[in-house]
Design a binder for this molecule. Structure first.
Ligand SMILES: C[S@@+](CC[C@H](N)C(=O)[O-])C[C@H]1O[C@@H](n2cnc3c(N)ncnc32)[C@H](O)[C@@H]1O
Length: 232
């Protein structure tokens, strides 16, 4: 069995409370710093999973709402955060009102209909509010199934293929077995620009902690970028 429903327990186990390597050692620091800089009163986390980032924001006194279509993850989020606001819905079909900040923390790649999802996501940002995105880099989703190429002689390298072709891709690790979507970076940029959003910040943060070998491998072929957009 594959898909988010079947992978929910493995996802919960892999994340724990600290988050996996990419969250704990690459993304959480800069994502939290950006949220703190904006000081939003209200945040919507779209594709919130089991609610770890919502809990981190809630601990900072921010009113959060988490939306995710995977019922077992929303159930877990509610159990870990009594009184939290968690709802089962896809981004494409959610109806949630407006927020100072909308967050998509490694969830845009999981949404099958990017145009429909972004229409709802942008509608959920109040005028003047922000959209904070962490996403997998497109060169990585075009390549990761090929893995590192390790010749007998010479340096290892990381091959990329079919970069421009949007496609679903099955990906499995540590008991998680899901379909997400490779899209070239331009698909995201053109869609966000098409909504009239303004890019305020862009980063490809390095790994700053964790085991040295993992950190070095990550910094050689980084997986993630962060974008902060503003709705005029
Ligand atoms: C890689 S996980 C990230 C979860 C969480 N944001 C985190 O960083 O721990 C991707 C999440 O996107 C959710 N998802 C899948 N399809 C979605 C959709 N159409 N709309 C919103 N979320 C979706 C999945 O259920 C899953 O929880």
């Amino acid at each position: 069995m594959s898909g988010w429903d079947a992978s929910a327990q493995a996802w919960i186990d892999v994340q724990g409370e600290a988050g996996d390597f990419g969250r704990a050692h690459v993304l959480d620091g800069p994502m939290l710093a950006l949220v703190e800089g904006l000081a939003p009163a209200t945040v919507l986390d779209v594709g919130c999973g089991e609610g770890r980032f919502c809990r981190m924001l809630s601990a900072r006194g921010i009113a959060t709402c988490g939306v995710d279509p995977t019922a077992a993850l929303i159930e877990r989020a509610g159990a870990l955060h009594p009184g939290g606001d968690y709802r089962v819905a896809t981004a494409e079909a959610m109806a949630v009102g407006q927020f100072d900040l909308v967050v998509c923390y490694l969830s845009l790649i999981d949404m099958p209909d990017l145009a429909a999802a972004l229409a709802r996501i942008v509608a959920a940002i109040r005028p003047g509010g922000h959209l904070l995105i962490a996403n997998l880099t497109a060169f990585n989703t075009a390549a990761v199934h090929l893995g590192w190429h390790k010749p007998l002689i010479g340096e290892p390298s990381f091959p990329i293929d079919h970069y421009l072709d949007e496609r679903p891709r099955r990906t499995a690790w540590r008991g998680i077995d899901i379909i997400n979507h490779h899209r070239p970076l331009k698909s995201y940029m053109q869609a966000l620009l098409g909504h009239g959003l303004l890019l305020r910040h862009f980063d490809e943060p390095p790994a700053t902690g964790g085991p040295a070998d993992k950190r070095d491998r990550y910094n050689r072929v980084p997986n993630f970028h962060i974008m902060l957009w503003q709705r005029p």
